[in-house]
Design a protein around this ligand. Structure first.
Ligand code: ADP
Ligand code: MG
Length: 381
């Protein structure tokens, strides 16, 4: 699974950011392994992965706050590898907003300009513009202590926006907010990106934040880039079982199956604890390796590709009777847990599905959405 396959193919012509062959070591520990990432101006690039995978370290290397072991970093066409953070034409927003408690919102936002000795009138104008964009113009005379969490978050963003840098770097800026506010601010950030066309690198461990915000997502694990792609690509064609499992909630069902070449495609036998395997036939073009000889394989189907008759909506599906072990109504969906292929697979049924735990029900499998992974390496076939 240790690859960065296919990621160079998307190299833009005039990247706003280009990270090449970047390595970062702390003593003997290699925290970032041969990172190659580039982005076009105006992109919203999200670095996502489990805690400790190296997201913040990578962002910090881009900012210059952390020295790199080897590799290069170009920002807007300039080699910035050895430049001080202040010279890189970037602005950062961190998880902790670190606002100046004794300064008004107005001065907090304008402080970067004040330090740069920008003329008073110019500074006032810029602060007013940003405050308007962030909808905090009525708060300019308050101090941080007199603001809610969401408002403080906006001020922190304002401080970065006012500088109008080439590149914005965000490290988990929403993780201090409660769940509801996080969703609101997520929409805000997306709106601001759409209005300003800013180039943003954004770190999060939250795959939903990644899916909703990104123009492209960089999925990382153990200091290695697993996949770079649009949210659609990452969701529909994950390069390995790790990405398949990490992105999407509930996760993609990864089930062991026996694949056998058949006249009309690939026959899939998915074992069940009841003894009788479920049989499906994939009539679309399956990977070459599966077309030549019988093999054990990991198949991936998202919960919405395992559903009930009501949700089929004209899609071509194959039905198989499955034992529903647990049934969980979840508002717009009903989730059913089914033991299949050595895992607790989740089927996403309609809200008013008339099903009960312990019953056997017909499940519709949409094989147009299937992914195949090597059972030993987890790599996409
Ligand atoms: P993430 O942001 O993805 O949660 P980090 O980039 O913060 O992960 O950390 C990646 C790895 O680097 C972790 O294993 C962490 O312990 C290690 N690390 C980060 N900073 C240092 C440091 N200053 N010294 C040693 N190890 C560090
Ligand atoms: Mg981090």
């Amino acid at each position: 699974m240790e690859t960065q396959e296919g990621t160079r193919a998307v190299m833009p012509e005039n990247p706003i950011l280009s990270v090449d062959n970047l390595q970062k070591q702390y003593g003997d520990v290699q925290v970032l392994k041969d990172i190659n990432v580039s982005m076009e101006p105006g992109e919203f690039l999200v670095l996502v992965g489990p805690s400790g995978c190296g997201k913040s370290t990578l962002l910090s290397c881009i900012s210059g706050l952390t020295d790199i072991t080897s590799g290069t970093i170009h920002i807007a066409g300039k080699d910035r590898t050895n430049d001080e953070p202040a010279d890189r034409d970037i602005a950062m927003v961190f998880q902790s907003y670190a606002l100046f408690p004794n300064m008004s919102v107005e001065r907090n936002i304008g402080f970067g300009l004040e330090v740069r000795k920008v003329a008073e009138a110019e500074k006032k104008k810029k602060v007013a513009e940003v405050a308007d964009l962030l909808k905090i113009d009525h708060l300019l005379q308050r101090r941080p202590a007199e603001l809610s969490g969401g408002q403080r978050q906006r001020v922190a963003m304002g401080r970065a926006l006012v500088r109008d840098p080439k590149l914005f770097l965000f490290d988990e800026p929403l993780s201090n907010l409660d769940a509801k506010l996080r969703v609101t601010m997520r929409t805000e950030i997306k709106r601001i990106h759409q209005t300003t066309g800013a180039s943003i690198v954004y770190v999060t461990h939250d795959q939903i934040e990644a899916m909703t915000l990104a123009t492209r997502i960089v999925v990382m694990k153990d200091g290695i880039v697993q996949q770079i792609g649009t949210p659609h690509e990452i969701y529909n064609t994950p390069v390995n079982a790790f990405v398949a499992d990490f992105m999407g909630a509930p996760s993609m069902n990864l089930m062991k199956a026996r694949a056998t070449p058949a006249a009309d495609g690939i026959k899939l036998e998915i074992p069940t604890p009841q003894g009788k395997a479920i049989e499906l036939v994939d009539t679309a073009t399956a990977p070459k390796v599966l077309q030549s000889e019988p093999s054990d394989v990991l198949i991936g189907l998202r919960p919405e590709a395992m559903t009930d008759a009501e949700r089929v909506n004209g899609r071509t599906v194959q039905q198989a009777d499955c034992l529903l072990e647990v049934v969980e109504p979840a508002g717009p969906d009903t989730y059913a847990v089914i033991h299949l292929g050595g895992t607790e697979a989740i089927a996403r049924l309609s809200a008013d599905a008339d099903v009960n735990a312990g019953e056997t029900a017909p499940i519709a499998f949409d094989l147009s959405k299937i992914s195949y992974f090597d059972i030993a390496t987890g790599n996409r076939l």
